[in-house]
Design a protein around this ligand. Structure first.
Ligand code: 3PG
Length: 203
């Protein structure tokens, strides 16, 4: 399974209230975005992954902000079907490779990308996308490294997503704009579904 081909946009979500996880996931799927990255940044993140995995069969739920081998073990035990890390260390890479699920290791620099490509990893998260150079940076990478594809995340917004997606070395983008904190807090699932539908139509 190529994680970059699941949808044009992977919603990166921060779950403050675990009760919002299932209706949020249903709204994202209804809008056309089935791949959901739940960041391990809140106390309820693992429970949110477990609930989405159990109750929203059409969602492909993964864990983001994975930083340690313990994160990976806990995420996979909860039901995460993919992993995303903001950057990559040798220990993290070993743990992701041993997890049994697909993963997107994070990379920013040319040398980091080369080190992962050397290991056969050619689908990567590019983070923090906008701060690290955005579209022009990725365009530059496509020259020497045409076989490596990215999911740029970090600072990507609805008005910039299309320019990333137009690049030959971008498979999808990630972002938090699909699930604004106030929409989650107020249960505005129609808004989440609308944002997802607009994003799904980007390509
Ligand atoms: C990430 O972990 O990928 C970023 O926090 C995404 O956040 P943003 O879309 O709000 O920049």
């Amino acid at each position: 399974m190529s994680l970059l081909n699941l949808a044009p946009v992977i919603p990166v979500v921060v779950i403050e209230d675990v009760e919002t996880a299932v209706p949020m996931a249903r709204a994202l799927v209804a809008g056309g975005l089935p791949a959901i990255e739940v960041t391990l940044r809140t106390a309820g993140a693992l429970e949110a992954i477990a609930r989405i995995a159990a109750e929203v069969p059409d969602a492909t739920v993964g864990a983001g902000t994975v930083r340690t081998a313990a994160d990976i073990a806990a995420a996979v035990a909860a039901g995460a079907t993919f992993l995303v890390s903001p950057g990559t260390t040798p220990a993290l890479l070993e743990a992701m490779a041993g997890s049994g699920v697909p993963y997107l290791p994070g990379a920013t620099t040319v040398s980091e990308v080369l080190a992962l490509a050397e290991r056969g990893l050619k689908e990567l998260k590019f983070f923090p996308a906008e701060a690290a150079g955005g579209v022009p940076y990725l365009k530059s990478l496509a020259g020497p490294l045409p076989d490596v594809r990215f999911c740029p995340t970090g600072g990507v917004r609805p008005d910039t997503a299309a320019s990333y997606l137009a690049l030959p070395n971008v498979g999808c983008v990630g972002g938090t704009w699909l699930t604004p904190a106030d929409a989650l807090a107020s249960g505005d699932w129609a808004r989440v579904e609308k944002l997802a539908a607009e994003a799904a139509a980007l390509r």
